[in-house]
Design a protein around this ligand. Structure first.
Ligand code: XUL
Ligand code: MN
Length: 345
């Protein structure tokens, strides 16, 4: 296996304050400067941004203001020696995206969603990244009869085409998730993301981002999703985390619920050379609601540490012995080989 160094990333939202649908925050909000300072100290090299993480209250600002603030942020990142990994339009907060963004039944709302996305692309430019991440939060239905799936595919392609035309260098990384907040989402898996890319006018610039928890919510193995996306050369970003079964999106620390599944994700990244073209390993993890202020960074620190330990485990796995077991079709022994390797015996 090729040995290379991984580079790490997280977003300002990953230092969240603990609110959930049933209760308020449990930690006070920290400033952006504090988050940026901690990021560097923890051994991370890049930060990912929603458009309004980069420029707050973006909808109320002029293009000139957006440019000024985004460029100010870029200077601040440069001074800190931190790269911007991606920008993602937050298309799930506004009253204009209640019924979806690009697939809303209201043309005014669809126009808003596209204009906001073009602005997010401008911000990506100012911050020096060519990746626009699209988590299509509200593109789906609560009620299947409320939208036509066929029309929604056409509307998504139309929106992607406008983004691709707006900037000849931008790459769209679709982050699939099968549900939450929607009952059923339109692009639930990597297969859907890569298939819809083919309908756009520049399929080469439409790829994907895999989030471990999202793949698990679709009942899939994230390692297989990684292999699939990388077979197409289309895995441009990654949100590692963990998920305990089919419930709400948990964003647990990497390896917290499914250590073996985490090991297999690292093996998949290793065999495909993820990171060799400059891609970052991002952790889309959240602190538990119970986390005290003094332990606020632990979920990020631990995810990075677990990842690096699993890289060692992947590189020291007895591949020859595993291949013998495979040749003998002795998967019982293969199973135990993996278990004992992970247990360190
Ligand atoms: C939602 C999610 C988002 C995206 C960025 O489940 O993962 O944080 O990663 O918009
Ligand atoms: Mn994510």
């Amino acid at each position: 296996m090729a040995n290379h160094q991984y580079k790490f990333c997280f977003g300002p939202w990953n230092l969240s304050e603990g609110q959930d649908p049933y209760g308020p925050t449990t930690r006070p909000a920290q400033t952006f400067a504090w988050k940026l300072g901690r990021l560097k100290k923890l051994g991370f090299e890049a930060m990912m941004f929603h458009d309004d993480d980069a420029v707050t209250d973006i909808d109320g600002k002029s293009d000139a203001q957006v440019r000024k603030e985004a460029k100010g942020l870029k200077r601040c990142l440069d001074d800190a020696g931190v790269a911007a990994e991606m920008v993602a339009p937050r298309l799930w907060f506004s009253p204009m995206t209640i019924d979806g963004a690009y697939t809303s039944n209201d043309p005014k709302c669809r126009k808003y969603a596209i204009e906001r996305s073009l602005r997010a692309i401008d911000i990506a430019n100012y911050l020096g990244t060519d990746i626009l991440v699209l988590w299509l939060a509200r593109e789906g239905t609560y009620l299947r009869e409320s939208k036509s799936g066929r029309r929604s595919v056409a509307l998504l392609v139309e929106a992607f085409d406008k983004m691709l035309a707006h900037d000849k260098r931008i790459r769209l990384a679709i982050e699939p998730k099968p549900n939450e907040p929607m009952d059923v989402a339109y692009l639930p898996t990597i297969g859907h993301a890569l298939a819809i890319a083919q309908l756009t006018h520049d399929p080469k610039r439409v790829g994907c981002l895999i989030e471990s928890a999202h793949a698990m919510l679709a009942g899939l193995d994230p390692a297989d999703e990684i292999d699939f996306a990388m077979a197409f050369g289309k895995l441009w970003s990654l949100h590692l985390n963990d998920q305990n079964g089919l419930k709400f999106d948990q964003d647990k620390p990497f390896g917290s619920a499914n250590l073996r599944v985490a090991f297999n994700q690292v093996r998949a990244l290793e065999r495909n050379g993820y990171g060799k073209k400059g891609e970052y390993v991002c952790f889309d993890v959240h602190p538990f609601r119970t986390t005290k202020v003094e332990h606020w960074l632990a979920h990020l620190e631990n995810s990075r540490r677990t990842f690096l330990l699993l890289v060692e485990k992947a590189r020291s796995f007895e591949e020859k012995r595993a291949q013998q077991r495979i040749a003998e079709r002795d998967y019982q022994a293969l199973d135990q080989l993996v278990i004992e390797h992970l247990l360190g015996v």
